[in-house]
Design a protein around this ligand. Structure first.
Ligand SMILES: [Mn+2]
Length: 424
């Protein structure tokens, strides 16, 4: 966390220009029949969770290049996450990953309170082996051929629920790497039956007010077949489990050019959209920064979400899930949180009455132009004003760089060895 004076000083130099830009945008939106204050209010109350693992430098299977001041444990991670929220006012919660972040609940709650954060969905890990575990996940976890290995994975997921319940979390996200690397290596049907049976045991351990989020991913670490490979399989799982089970959509977990916004609409229509992992992708699961490659697709996803907002039961979790290889993770996460807010604000500007009319009249050109009108509007003054009024920074990256935070934690936290393998 940084001194409030640093934020105030940074804002002082930028506030005059912001006021002028905000006034001009307000007049422009007024001519379109849109109240800028109402949009700002919605943006101000919007939050996206930060993944605890996002504040460390990521990497690839080839290498990892750690930066100065890498968080050494979950408490350092929570400090970094707290700073991101302090400056952006857009990331009020953190999603933990167990066992990486496993610590006594009292200590986690105390640190979270200190840095002004709450806990979002819990994430289990059955895609790598831990030093003290009895059975290896080399050939799978919840779908493993060996019953004892499946049971170990089930028990781990239940332990995640039990810890999360003490932290105020209300969801467990399961992603498994189970699959195969060779045709014939596994029987697709029997493997999926084993997964469903094990996942049901986890589902049965959920408190009544919890949601089970299952996350699909097309490939990797399994490169021939993956048990939960697409939204169709994910939907089957959620339907087989029950009302508390919903699908989580990670934007990077699809083939290039897949119409993700349509998947969002389908899952929403049947009450099975549970949450998002925001990131971006150019080729495969690159986990690039949200909105860095295709901001229009991000906007189109939010267009579907805003369309569904009228349903009071519609409340999917939103989280960033990306890997930072060449940037300061704190800066990337601040910019990405802002990109998510930007897509939300742009989607709020779409004239839905006009759009529905053009759709009914089959006026394709005017329908798509109506959508684009929202996307083309520069909403930055709305985002910046929402941050300023909530106590954040008009320009979070500028304030962060002025604070000297990275240099300070660089001297406080011993360097992490770069010799280890990358986290993908
Ligand atoms: Mn993800």
């Amino acid at each position: 966390m940084i001194n409030a004076d640093v934020i105030a000083k940074s804002n002082d130099t930028a506030s005059e220009k912001l006021n002028a830009d905000y006034t001009a945008l307000g007049e422009h939106l007024d001519r379109r029949g849109i109240d800028i204050a109402a949009i700002k209010s919605k943006v101000a109350s919007y939050g996206v969770a930060v993944p605890s693992w996002g504040v460390g430098t990521g990497g690839t299977r080839f290498a990892r290049f750690p930066a100065a001041g890498e968080p050494r444990d979950i408490f350092d991670k929570l400090s970094d996450c707290g700073l991101i929220h302090q400056l952006t006012r857009a990331t009020p919660s953190v999603s933990l990953h167990i066992p990486w972040d496993a610590q006594p609940a009292a200590d986690l709650n105390s640190k979270a309170e200190e840095v002004g954060l709450s806990f979002d969905a819990m994430n289990s890990n059955t895609f790598q082996d831990q030093p003290d575990q009895a059975h290896s996940y080399k050939f799978g976890s919840l779908a493993h051929t060996d019953a004892a290995t499946r049971q170990q994975a089930v028990d781990h997921n239940i332990a995640c629920i039990e810890l999360g319940a003490q932290l105020g979390s209300k969801a467990l996200t399961i992603w498994v790497g189970d699959g195969s690397n060779f045709p014939g290596q596994t029987n697709f049907t029997r493997q999926f039956e084993r997964y469903l049976d094990a996942a049901k045991q986890v589902y049965n351990a959920l408190p009544d007010d919890w949601t089970l989020l299952t996350e699909h991913k097309m490939y990797e670490p399994a490169f021939y077949s993956t048990v939960v490979q697409d939204w169709g399989t994910n939907l089957l799982i959620a339907q087989q489990m029950g009302d508390k089970a919903k699908c989580l959509v990670d934007l990077g977990h699809h083939a290039p050019n897949v119409n993700i916004e349509m998947i969002v609409a389908r899952l929403t229509q049947f009450g099975k959209l549970g949450g998002f992992h925001f990131n971006d992708s150019k080729y495969g699961d690159d986990d690039l920064d949200t909105g860095s490659i295709d901001p229009y697709r991000l906007f189109l996803v939010f267009n579907e979400l805003v369309d569904a907002e009228t349903n009071p039961d519609f409340n999917p979790t939103h989280m960033l899930d990306q890997s930072h290889n060449v940037t300061d993770p704190i800066e990337s996460l601040m910019v990405s949180a802002t990109e998510v807010q930007r897509a939300y604000a742009q989607a709020l500007l779409v004239d839905r009455t006009a759009l529905a009319g053009f759709q009914d009249e089959n006026d394709a050109l005017m329908a798509t132009t109506t959508l684009k009108h929202g996307f083309r509007t520069d909403v930055e003054p709305i985002l910046a004003m929402a941050r300023l009024e909530n106590g954040g920074a008009i320009d979070p990256v500028a304030a962060y760089r002025a604070s000297g935070y990275r240099a300070r934690v660089g001297s406080e936290r011993p360097a992490v060895s770069g010799a280890g393998g990358g986290i993908v």
